[in-house]
Each structure stands twice: as C-alpha cells, then as structure tokens.
Design a protein around this ligand. Structure first.
Ligand code: CP
Ligand code: NVA
Length: 311
C-alpha cells in the first residue's frame, strides 16, 4: 500500500511506470465507451472516497471515471456535510472510520498538513488531489500529454510563466528533477519559487532557470505552461498580484519566441485575458482539452500504483 502525495516521494522509475501504464491502458480501451470498465477490471469491488475542501471539475470527474474504468466505484464527500475534523469528531476518527468503509481516499485540501494528518491515521492509501503546496496528479497528466505529442520529455525544455510559487509550479519543479527535463520559470521577483523547493531543486540537480524576463523563459521552449494568477484560497491582494504578473501573459507575441512547434498547456480553470489570451488557449498550439482528458488515464495508473498493481 502506497500513498501518492508528492512527485518527489516517488522514484523516477515508479513515475515512469505510472506514465507507461497510462499510455498502454489508454490505447487498449480506445474503442470502449467512456465509462465502460477495462477488460481486466483490476479494481472490481474496490471503492474510493473523495473529499473536496475546494471546488473541482476535472479532478472530481476524472477520478470518478478512472475508478469506474478500473471496475470500482467512488463516493464524493463534501466536508461540510460530514464530521471532518470538526464538531465532535477529530480528523483522526474520521480517517479511522473511512478505513473501515473504503479502499482508498483522495483528498483536495487547503492545507497540506491535513493530507499528512489524514494519511497518518488511515490504514488505506491517500492521494493528493491538490493541496496548497502541490498538484502532483495534474503534472503527471501533463507529462503524459506532452509525451503523446512530442515524445520523451527527457532533455526537452518546458517553460512556466506567471506565478512561480504555487502548487503547480512546485510539482513541475519536482517533475523536472525526476523526469530530467529543462525547466525555465519566468516570474516576477515577488512570485519566485520558495526557498524550500529551490533547495530541493539544487539538491536534486534540476536543470532550472528562474528569470524575471518572460522572453528568456520561453526562448527555444518545447512547451509553454501557465496557471491562474490567483489560486483558490490565495489570500493576496488580487488586483495587486495581477498587476505584477501582467507582463507574463502568454500571448501571440510571447508564444512566437518559443520553438515554432511548441505546445501550450494550462491545467484549467483559466483566467482568459489574464494569464493567457483567447487566441492562444483556443489556438492550434493549445493542448488543454487533451490535458483534461488525460487526467482520467493518469489517475488510473496512480490508483494502481497505490495498490502495487502497475505492470
Ligand atoms: N486542473 C484541475 O485540477 O481542475 P479542477 O480544479 O477542476 O479539479
Ligand atoms: N494553482 C491552481 C490550480 C488549479 C487546478 C489553484 O490552486 O487554484
């Protein structure tokens, strides 16, 4: 039994197996209906509880479809409607009870500490469906999407524009170290990656460039990525933050500075006209809908990984 909390917790080989399994399973079921189960139904009789402290469209839908395709089923819990670390029940007790009912838990939380606390008291695996510190499932889906279009990500150059200190950029830095790609982050001084992740990058010899010049960040890049300037629960002065990030918008002018066949990625939801223009996100280089679809396929592999069932 294994948890899936941060990309940095897994070895490069384990992460590679997750991606490869997703590729194989996706091809194998290409003629099946969206929610039909894979032939081998490796999760028959298994169930997953999903707890969302924050809104979600993609993570909610894709995990639900993923477990169905594996032959299992899911139940979605709204923390406001269950005893979840409040009232008369501690987080520990809720975790103990869920252990009796289901086989795995997925948690989206505003506090990474909740993930660790919950995981500690569960006797079943836990998956991080986004925390304030990381979003590993999304980045794994992005690796799959990149590789389907461009081949192996190892040695390629990915650029991240905008907020350099959020859950997505943290997981992307960890992925750069594990999958060995070059990462260039273009962000203002105020929103640079934090010391903890920079130390991790240094220790793990990540080929990382952090620059305040957006043009330098996208030069010769194979893929430009960005994210909402103001994340969920980001307690900042929104207008001020947006002003700081204005020159990091991914638009036609900036995209032209990357390789001519570069792709554009965004985890969604998107702030159209803010971090990216309509022209780019709706344009030919954008692969955002494929990213959303691939959440299903990678999540299946992550679920299998947690039970030691990867090929
Ligand atoms: N990308 C992502 O995690 O989307 P949701 O917030 O809709 O789950
Ligand atoms: N950084 C964003 C990602 C959303 C999927 C957020 O946390 O809101």
């Amino acid at each position: 039994m294994k948890n899936f909390i941060n990309i940095s917790d897994l070895s490069s080989n384990e992460l590679r197996s997750i991606i490869d399994e997703a590729k194989l399973r996706k091809i194998k079921r290409k003629d099946l209906n969206k929610s039909a189960a894979d032939q081998d139904k490796p999760f028959e009789g298994k169930s997953m509880a999903m707890i969302f402290e924050k809104p979600s469209t993609r993570t909610r839908m894709s995990f639900d479809i993923a477990i169905k395709q594996l032959g299992g089923y899911s139940i979605i819990l709204n923390p406001d409607n269950i005893h979840y670390g409040k009232g008369n029940e501690t987080l520990k007790d809720t975790a103990k009870v869920l252990t009796e009912y289901v086989d795995i838990v997925m948690l989206r939380t505003a506090s990474h500490k909740n993930l660790e606390e919950f995981g500690k008291h569960l006797d079943i695996p836990i998956i991080n469906g986004l925390s304030d510190q990381s979003h590993p499932c999304q980045i794994m889906s992005d690796i799959l999407t990149f590789e389907e279009i461009k081949g192996s990500i190892t040695g390629k150059t990915i650029s991240w524009l905008g907020d350099g200190n959020n859950n997505m950029s943290n997981s992307l830095i960890e992925a750069a170290g594990k999958f060995n790609f070059n990462l260039k982050i273009g962000c203002p001084k105020k929103y640079m990656p934090n010391k903890k992740i920079l130390n991790w990058a240094k220790k793990n010899k990540v080929n990382l460039l952090v620059t305040n010049k957006p043009e330098e960040a996208v030069k010769d890049s194979d893929c430009i990525m960005t994210d909402k300037w103001v994340s969920m629960n980001d307690k900042v002065n929104k207008q001020q933050k947006k002003k700081h990030l204005k020159s990091y918008q991914v638009n036609k002018k900036l995209m032209k500075k990357a390789k001519s066949d570069a792709i554009f990625m965004h985890c969604l939801p998107v702030g159209r006209g803010e971090e990216v223009t309509d022209e780019i996100i709706d344009g030919k280089q954008s692969v955002v809908w494929r990213q959303a679809l691939n959440r299903v396929h990678v999540q299946k592999s992550i679920l299998l990984y947690c039970f030691g069932k990867l090929r």
